[in-house]
Design a protein around this ligand. Structure first.
Ligand SMILES: C[S@@+](CC[C@H](N)C(=O)[O-])C[C@H]1O[C@@H](n2cnc3c(N)ncnc32)[C@H](O)[C@@H]1O
Length: 316
């Protein structure tokens, strides 16, 4: 798959405006297969890793999440990856006769195809599964709503966005309950840069290298840089151009310019809970790994205040 002309226009315009190429483009094309290989490898890895912790915390939170949702439950999976993280949630809901349906939402057609093939194989051809190619941070989500809806953001995805609160707030279009997984700030993990998708001898995750290649930014034109920004409290991956390039055939950039590719916000559990609150959710439940580094936080959409209720009841 190559980027569409619209993708290239947007990548160039966003890069000119923000200095960043949105991470979602790294999951398109070959990037989807790379992520699938990484997740499959994590699943079988004997050493505990973020996927194992995610699956364990989701399992532990099932009862709390489902108790907050009456009757049949729709699961809206925001960025499903290869579908592995959500599998247990769907199997559990189906076993209790409460699975209304599943909607996987992803910007990458290739990622969706992998998730669909996996989930249909695991849950059978009759399972009520739907897949939607959308930017879940901006595209409408209200049509995905079921009788009671659980929106999921697993894999640390939320803290990769520039404005996680805005993403959580947008998810309210579909969610009655939202649950997300995050790596909390331990200070020591501010220097954690073992990208699991880096091939031997490479100093940049494969899907970023491949994405940059497809944008005409070849490996001999930049040096990767990783670090921690004390001001914004973000780990970052960016590249510094060592030669002039024209990105996406549209945007000329000089040598020396840096291009932001990836971030991870470092926030404490209290700050993550405040994010839920700021996005209009009431904290529902929290799960932590024994070392406190990985968290699953969930919130219910806060009931409108009496003032909001009276305002909406008088609107036409
Ligand atoms: C870090 S992966 C996590 C995948 C999976 N949830 C997991 O836990 O393994 C991020 C996922 O979100 C998708 N994604 C990232 N930004 C997106 C956006 N703005 N709109 C839709 N999908 C997006 C990617 O294509 C990918 O499937």
């Amino acid at each position: 798959m190559t980027f569409t002309s619209d993708d290239l226009d947007r990548i160039a315009a966003d890069l000119a405006a923000t200095g960043e190429i949105d991470a979602r483009y790294s999951y398109m094309g070959q990037g989807a297969a790379t992520w699938d290989r990484f997740t499959t490898w994590q699943e079988g890895d004997p050493t505990p890793n973020v996927l194992h912790f995610t699956l364990g915390m989701l399992r532990d939170a099932h009862d709390d999440l489902f108790a907050a949702l009456p009757g049949p439950v729709r699961v809206v999976d925001l960025g499903p990856g290869n579908g592995v993280p959500v599998r247990g949630v769907l199997e559990r809901l189906r076993a209790s006769g409460r699975l209304d349906g599943y909607s996987g939402v992803d910007a990458s057609a290739e990622m969706l195809a992998i998730a669909e093939a996996n989930l249909r194989a695991w849950l059978g051809p009759a399972a009520p599964l739907r897949f939607h190619r959308r930017d879940f941070t901006a595209a409408p989500l209200a049509d995905l709503r079921g009788p009671a809806t659980l929106a999921l953001l697993t894999g640390g995805t939320l803290l990769n966005f520039a404005d996680p609160v805005a993403v959580l707030r947008h998810a309210r279009e579909a969610a009655d309950v939202v649950a997300f997984v995050a790596r909390a700030d331990t200070v020591a993990n501010r220097t954690f840069f073992r990208f699991g998708e880096t091939e031997t001898g490479e100093d940049i995750p494969v899907r970023y290298r491949v994405m940059l290649d497809r944008l005409g930014v070849h490996r001999d034109r930049y040096e990767p840089e990783v670090g921690f920004d004390d001001r914004t409290r973000q780990r970052f991956l960016r590249i510094r151009l060592t030669s002039p390039v024209t990105v996406a055939g549209r945007l000329p950039l000089p040598a020396g310019r840096s291009v932001h590719l990836w971030r991870y916000h470092h926030r404490t559990e209290a700050e993550l809970t405040m994010m839920l609150d700021a996005a209009g959710y009431t904290p529902l439940t929290a799960r932590r790994t024994p070392d406190g580094e990985f968290l699953l936080l969930a919130g219910t959409v806060a009931a409108p205040s009496p003032v909001d209720r009276s305002a909406s009841s008088t609107s036409p």
